[in-house]
Design a protein around this ligand. Structure first.
Ligand SMILES: Cc1cc2nc3c(=O)[nH]c(=O)nc-3n(C[C@H](O)[C@H](O)[C@H](O)COP(=O)(O)OP(=O)(O)OC[C@H]3O[C@@H](n4cnc5c(N)ncnc54)[C@H](O)[C@@H]3O)c2cc1C
Length: 122
């Protein structure tokens, strides 16, 4: 039976973690507190506690060649430095291409218990 793995957060790191687990024959479940993937790259007009936020005009400060997943380049027609909405679109393409959404449980914030006390994980 495949080993089960818990992954917290469906941002850039969580998505890559899910993919790696699947490639290794593991059974990942990713717990995401929001209702969508992308983490930081999900733009919102309002600031949310415990969450880094983007301003509307954010463009990556690393080039698309340096920022992409090694096995999934950005589309040719994307600019060299990618606006945040296209970055999110790219992450959605990645998740769809590798069928990652089936492993994500949305609206599921994870907290941890230490010596009987519950702590929120940011
Ligand atoms: C303004 C800004 C600009 C940036 N620009 C660049 C750039 O140009 N190039 C670059 O490479 N990097 C840039 N970064 C760095 C950026 O942090 C990374 O690109 C990337 O988004 C980090 O991904 P992550 O998955 O580690 O974290 P995040 O994107 O923060 O994702 C974390 C996810 O985990 C979820 N989560 C958190 N806690 C819990 C919990 N307790 N339970 C359940 N779910 C939880 C969140 O909802 C979120 O979806 C920038 C950062 C900022 C703030």
């Amino acid at each position: 039976m495949a080993k089960r793995v818990a992954i917290i957060g469906a941002g850039v790191s969580g998505l890559a973690s899910i993919k790696c687990c699947l490639e290794e024959g593991l059974e990942p479940t990713c717990f995401e507190r929001s209702d969508d993937i992308g983490g930081l790259w999900q733009f919102t007009e309002h600031v949310e506690e415990g969450r880094a936020s983007l301003y509307k005009s954010v463009v990556t400060n690393s080039s698309k060649e340096m920022s992409c997943y090694s096995d999934f380049p950005f589309p040719e027609d994307y600019p060299n430095f990618v606006p945040h909405d296209q970055f999110l679109e790219y992450l959605k393409m990645y998740a769809n291409k590798f069928n990652l959404l089936k492993c994500i449980q949305f609206k599921t914030p994870i907290s941890c218990m230490i010596q009987g006390k519950s702590f929120k994980l940011l």
